[in-house]
Design a protein around this ligand. Structure first.
Ligand SMILES: *Cc1c(COP(=O)(O)O)cnc(C)c1O
Length: 443
């Protein structure tokens, strides 16, 4: 443990939420930051360690969000902090495209080793998940010489012009901010709870759609999250992803795994694609890859990655040395500290507790996900209408548990705890959530 954030193992609410210091900062935020930048919990964070975040009024929260699955190894993870401290005193920037440095190559080697499949792979780095998606699409277009990009319903890929067009929901990500990118096609995917289809049936439906709406000879790539994040942790039916990969390979289409949220030991495998026996052509990483530092990676078959001419990809900050040093510390822990085992432990402890909630609350129609990427979906059993989960999240926040919402219909609670969360913290957090559900639904 480092002493910058002493171990604070329990949640502890000592003021009203938000407390006076947070309220003062919220006023400054309202005056200085546009309203388009929201906050889910109205508190300002002063420091954090492992699974506990502490606000500027001294309230401690159990963090089930990890900044959307970013601090998977834990807030201020000791090895990440140490790696950052060491690197920041040596080299903070040189631009890899002008004068390269070793940590960048090292992270590329780790990605080659840990992404699915044992074919030759290459990687390069950018700054955000959106940028990784943008680059995956650019490379697929260059490699295939084709124009069209396919995604599936309920997907989320980012906030740039291209990626906001690739999202299933225009609102809030693109509303009023067009024109959108062209040649993006939204095909039906696999959402077993809603479509009841087997993996093979869902794949046939996707293929039929793409055949009719695009025509495979114009299709450059199909981009899919192996477990959909913002869509509500939708786990596709078994066989769906490998069937789509087989179809893509047969038709010269590059299939891209958007593992920005599901990757890096989040689901009990280093990449969620592995759960489904899927070996994608390209794999996109971001969020958890550098333990809280900004970094995103594009990894793919060497022949696809090398199809881009010199200077056709890159950027000023991409693969920053400090971020790369942090990512090395993350991969070292995947190899030495059994992070995937820790994600499996989180599921082992948490899923039965969530199943228990579902037994008590008929509105919870599904508990799903894998590893430390779990979710519950709420539907009114009488009307069949989705029940928005924001009030449940707000009620849990007041008791010291930060939990994020998700879902196309805003009716999912998603759990993305750090792998440093203890069994007791999981039990305590789920109890709080149970009370919040009872308070909001009245049963
Ligand atoms: C968060 C996310 C993105 C976008 O990443 P940013 O770093 O926010 O640009 C893309 N794809 C998926 C699956 C994500 O969860």
């Amino acid at each position: 443990m480092t002493d910058i954030a002493a171990p604070a193992l329990t949640r502890s609410i000592v003021t009203e939420i938000p407390g006076p210091n947070s309220r003062a900062l919220l006023e400054r935020k309202a005056a200085a930051v546009p309203q388009g930048i929201p906050h889910q919990l109205p508190v300002f964070i002063a420091e954090a360690h492992d699974a506990i975040i502490t606000d500027v009024d001294g309230n401690r929260f159990i963090d089930l969000g990890c900044g959307i699955g970013v601090t998977t190894v834990g807030h201020t993870n000791d090895a990440v902090v140490e790696a950052v401290r060491e690197q920041v005193g040596k080299l903070t920037h040189s631009l890899f495209g002008t004068t390269p440095y070793e940590p960048y190559v090292r992270v590329a080697e780790y990605l080659a080793k840990h992404t699915p499949g044992d074919h030759a792979k290459k990687s390069f780095f950018v700054n955000s998940g959106s940028e990784a998606v943008e680059n995956g699409v650019k490379i697929a277009r260059k490699f295939t010489g084709r124009r069209a990009v396919a995604v599936v319903e309920h997907g989320y890929h980012g906030r740039t012009n291209l990626t906001m067009t690739m999202n299933y929901k225009p609102a809030p990500y693109a509303t009023g901010m067009g024109p959108l990118a062209s040649d993006i096609f939204h095909a039906p995917g696999s959402y077993p709870l809603q479509d009841g289809l087997s993996g093979a049936e869902a794949a046939e439906r996707t293929q039929y759609y793409l055949d009719k709406h695009v025509g495979v000879s114009d299709l450059a790539c199909l981009v899919i999250e192996p477990i959909q994040g913002e869509g509500g942790f939708i786990v596709p039916a078994d066989g769906y992803l490998p069937a789509m990969q087989e179809w893509c390979t047969a038709n010269g289409v590059v299939m891209i795994a958007d593992e920005v949220q599901s990757g890096i030991a989040r689901t009990g495998r280093t990449f969620a694609s592995e759960h489904f026996g899927w070996v994608p052509d390209l794999v996109l990483s971001a969020k958890g890859i550098a333990g809280g530092m900004p970094l995103a990676g594009v990894t793919g078959r060497a022949e696809i990655m090398d199809s881009v001419h010199t200077g056709g990809i890159g950027g000023t900050f991409g693969g920053n040395p400090v971020s790369c040093a942090a990512a090395v510390a993350v991969f070292e822990q995947i190899e030495s500290a059994d992070l995937n085992g820790e994600a499996q432990r989180v599921e082992r402890v948490m899923r039965p507790l969530l199943d228990g909630l579902a037994e008590r609350h008929p509105e919870i129609i599904e508990v799903r996900g894998k590893g430390a990427m779990l979710a519950i979906e709420f539907i009114d059993p009488e009307s069949g209408a989705p029940i928005p989960t924001a009030p449940i999240s707000a009620a849990a926040g007041k008791e010291g548990v930060l939990v994020l919402t998700a879902g196309t219909d805003y009716n999912v609670l998603r759990f993305l705890p750090s792998l440093a969360i203890t069994d007791d913290q999981i039990r305590d957090a789920v109890e709080v959530i149970g009370r919040a559900i009872a308070e909001v639904t009245g049963d």
